[in-house]
Each structure stands twice: as C-alpha cells, then as structure tokens.
Design a protein around this ligand. Sequence first.
Ligand SMILES: Nc1ncnc2c1ncn2[C@@H]1O[C@H](COP(=O)(O)OP(=O)(O)OP(=O)(O)O)[C@@H](O)[C@H]1O
Ligand SMILES: [Mg+2]
Length: 501
Amino acid sequence: MKRKTPKNVKQSGRKKVSSLGVNNTRQLQLQLNEVSRLSLKQYKPLPTTTTICTSSSTASRFQNLLDSETNENPHARVTGDAVEPDYRDFILSQEFFCTPDYITPDNQRILNSLDFNKDNSPCPKSPEKLNTTKSKRCTLDGILVNPLSPTFSGNHQPVVELDKDSVAEEVDIDKTMAASKPKAQNYVSHSAAALRCRVMPPPCISNPYLKDVSQQETDPFANQRSKCAGLFPNFTSADGLSRYRTDFHEIEQIGRGNFNSVFKVLKRIDGCLYAVKLSTRQLHQETERRKALMEVQALAALGSHENIVGYYSSWFENEQLYIQMELCDHSLSINKGYELLAEGQALEVLYQVANALQFIHEKGVAHLDVKPDNIYVKNSVYKLGDFGCATLIDNSLPIEEGDARYMPQEVLNENYDHLDKVDIFSLGASIYELIRRLPLPESGSHFLNLKEGKLPLLPGHSLQFQNLLKAMMDPDPVKRPSARELVENPIFDKALRIPKN
Ligand SMILES: Nc1ncnc2c1ncn2[C@@H]1O[C@H](COP(=O)(O)OP(=O)(O)OP(=O)(O)O)[C@@H](O)[C@H]1O
Ligand SMILES: [Mg+2]
C-alpha cells in the first residue's frame, strides 16, 4: 500500500541538515516550519539563545520582527510564502545543528513502522530474487503483516509493504513527521543507552562452556562497570535503528519451534544468505535472557564443525535474542513429509550426527535435545542444530531436558550421571523414527518399551543395523556406545565406504 506523500514535505525531508549550502538551509527552514523560520530570522536583533514562544502575543511580536527584518534587509528575497535572508552575512550556530546524541530526535518508532526488509534497497549481490518474500504472511486491512516477523510488534505500526519508488519518499516524510510527533516513550532510554555504551561498553559475559579463561580476559573493565545498568542492554544500533533490519533483508520464515522463530535472511553487506533465529516472546527478565544466551554461548564455545550448524553472531534487540546462523536447506522433521529413509541414508545421518556428538562430547558438552527436528540438511550434509538445551556433561550447569519422546528413562528419573549417553539414546530414537517414518509415541506401552530398549523388528533392515540401534537405546547408559565408539563402528566402513586413516 502506498501512502500519499505531500510534495513539500518530501522535498524538505530529503535534504541533509549537515551540509549547509543556501538551498539546504532553506530546505531545513521549511522542514522545521515556524521553529527554524523564527530562529533564523532572529539572528541579528536577538541574543543567540533562542526561546520558542507559543503565545499569540509573542508570536505576533516575532511576526513583526520578521516583517521588519524582511523590509530592512535589502538582500532578503521573498519566494512564495517563504522568506529567504541573505546567508552571506550570517553564521549559524554550530550547536544548533550539532545536537548531542541524547537530544537528537530519535524517530526510531516511526522508522520501525517501515519494513525496510520489504524494500529493494541495494544489497551487494543478491543470489536470490527478492520476489520470494511472500510466504506465510497474513493480510490485515490491505496491509501485509507477518505477525511472527520481528518487524511486527503489538506496539508498533504494522509492517507496510512498500513498492520500490515509494520507499525513499516514505522515509523522507516519516523523518520529517518525526520532528512533530510526540516522542516515543522509550526514545530517551535507547539513545541514552547508546551514549552510555559509547563511554563504557556493556560487560563481557563470561561463557560457562569455556573453563580455562580468566576473568581479566573475559571482562577487562569489570571493576569499573558497577554503574552500568543491566547485563544485557537492549540494543538497537547506536543510531537507533534495528540491527536486524539494518543488516538483513528478511526473505521468509523457515521454521518455528516452541520458543523461537527462524527466518531466512540476506545479509545486506555481504550478499549471503543466513538463518536468523529469534525468541518468539520478549525476554523481560535478566534470568530469562541469561538462559536464552546459553545457546549462543554453547555454539560459540564449541567452534565450527562440519556437522554442527554454523554460528555467526548474536545480539539482543527489542528484548529478544537474535542468533545469526548458517542457513540449511531443511530439518529432518518427519512432519515435513520427506520420504522414508533407506538404511544407507539412515547410516549416513547416524554417522554424521555421531561425528557432531563426538566433537561436542570431547569438549565436555551434551546437547540434550537430539531429534529429527534439530538435525538439518545442507547440500546432503547433516548438521546438528538447536543448542537450546546444551549443558556441561560434568553437571556444573543447570539441566533442561529436551523432548521427552527422545529422552532415555534415566533422564525422566532425573538421573544425570551420563549426559553424553543421553545424546546417544536420543540419536538412536531419532534414527528409529526416521526409518519408520512414524512419530514416536508420547506415552503408552510402545513409549515404555522404547525406554527399555525393546525395539520391534525392523523389516528390511540388516541385523547389524538393528543391533546397533538396540545398543544405542540400551536402558543402561553405561552399556550404550560412546560417540567415538559409534563413529568407529565397522558398519560404516562398508555402507559409507569411509577411508581408514
Ligand atoms: N540454521 C537453520 N537453517 C534452516 N532451518 C533452520 C535453522 N535453524 C532452525 N531451522 C528451522 O527452524 C525450526 C525451529 O528452530 P529451533 O529448533 O532452533 O527452534 P526452537 O524453538 O529452539 O525449537 P524447539 O521447539 O525444538 O525448542 C527447526 O526445526 C528448523 O526447521
Ligand atoms: Mg528445535
């Protein structure tokens, strides 16, 4: 939907205040309407500090002043209803324009109402046509809104689909409107936070998954930071814009879990596609934010591995945690209707995820939510994702159990002595589900049988394969193979022709 743009507003909004040519100053004068007009006209007869008065008597005094000024000044020109003084003999106060950051009109809320992702603002090189943006959006009175998009919030105006030409106009008009709109409630706090953080950056949060790093290394300013409020400043960028919308062009929503939505995005500066995951609800409490942060801390501490979804960066915005990740093609969720996995394919998934588990277990981390939904595929490579339940195997961090259908009995009994073996059970249960293409039971006798490692016969599958699954789902965690033992199982040599080192 295209909003009408009054021409004069568009012109005045387009000029930048910082370059002070005669024309620009005129544009500024128009933009600021009476305020700037009066201010500029008072330069000679009045002291430099200008008070803007609103009473009619004062206004008419200014009007007289303005008129007499126009008459007195032979260089002044009158064009339409705008009066132009001769700019050669007056100097604008620098402070007039160089306002400190914390009082600069911050039109963030108004800009928030524009969905910059819907524009065609230039991205360096787009591997995807931008006309792929339409999926999963619902229409609201002719305005296209995706209620799950981070660009939509109950507080904000709805996302507006803008066409190419209207974007510049819309930005212009909204920038101009920002000066006359009442300030957004949170504008001072955003700007003040940005200013404060320039003076003293926010604290470094120690990563519990990294054991051998000193406090000095993780937060060199810790002892000077007592006055800094909150561990997680609710950041937009220093200029008040959303980092998500400034840095990324949102293409479509590609996933939704219990707590998060995942979007396919194009990063404007490098022209590459990524997945950005964000919490579906705002995390108001610091404890909630800390908990959510565990996922990125685990990903960051683990580092890269071919069979683990790549992690790039993360930040808090609008009290939501954003995680920029490697984009994968899809997950193995059986709800998505992919075909039955043949044994060879199942062994491929098993081998690659076992590699990921070996990697994380050797770093002391257990995933605790291994399931098909959390195994992604990219160019036929399987990657373990969703580290939202990751914890330390030594029990030194809180434990949050993953999906009960894939959990072994000992976890349901709150026995956390062998957390690495929990992942082995879950991987066995996932493969069992994938080869049958039937959702695992949530309760009942089949559910209990699986917890006891009693698998029904799997027709069409080799005994060696069935025995391996049984061993992985053994009710005794000690009897389950470790990830390393799994990877070294001879079953993979033949099936996957893995070269021996
Ligand atoms: N990097 C990615 N590339 C492609 N798709 C992804 C990616 N990350 C997540 N997804 C998709 O989004 C879905 C939800 O993501 P994720 O599992 O991380 O969210 P969650 O809220 O933590 O889930 P859960 O309900 O398991 O707790 C995944 O099942 C997957 O389909
Ligand atoms: Mg998940």
